[in-house]
Design a protein around this ligand. Structure first.
Ligand SMILES: [Cu+2]
Length: 175
């Protein structure tokens, strides 16, 4: 027989070093649990949760108006749009692209409205690793202040179907 029943009183209370390690692990669990709400309220990377109901067609109309008045160029057929510093910017996600490409000024604050035309997409800004969800029916307003100039990659990190892996764009930040 290779299988044996354990002894009836198999439990032995941890002692010495084992106790210390279990104590440290529990203390660390407490620290991480408290860090979550702390970071939620104090972290500058968080959304304030400002959002509004919007029909996808209405959001697209606002975005087209925004593109029409602020377009400054084109990148691979997608308009590059420079919003007024301190103003509103619009970004639409759809299968399988982001529209338009935003060009922002460093150290200026924008109200970035994001929404989706079809299903849930992700807003993953790299290499900053900031992540937000983009949902159809909601105008999610992100208050953003880019502090480092450069070219950022924007990728969808919510699986959204056949072309998900091609869903990428850029956000340009200049001095
Ligand atoms: Cu997607």
């Amino acid at each position: 027989m290779s299988i044996h029943f354990p002894e009836t009183n198999w439990f032995k209370a941890p002692t010495g070093g084992e106790r210390v390690w279990i104590g440290l692990a529990l203390a660390w669990c407490v620290v991480l649990t408290l860090a979550m709400p702390y970071w939620h309220f104090k972290g500058k990377q968080n959304s304030t949760g400002e959002s509004y109901r919007v029909a996808p067609a209405d959001f697209m109309a606002r975005t087209e108006k925004f593109v029409g008045t602020n377009k400054v160029g084109e990148l691979k057929g997608v308009p590059v749009v420079q919003p007024a510093p301190g103003g509103d910017a619009y970004l639409v996600a759809m299968m399988w692209k982001f529209y338009p490409v935003l060009k922002l000024k460093k150290d200026q604050t924008y109200r970035l409205h994001v929404s989706s035309l079809d299903l849930q997409h992700g807003f993953s800004l790299q290499p900053m690793n900031m992540n937000f969800q983009i949902l159809p029916g909601y105008d999610h307003v992100l208050t953003i202040t880019p502090t480092i100039s450069g070219e950022y990659s924007l990728i969808c990190n919510e699986f959204c179907g056949f072309g998900h892996h091609t869903m990428a764009s850029k956000i340009l930040v200049e001095d």
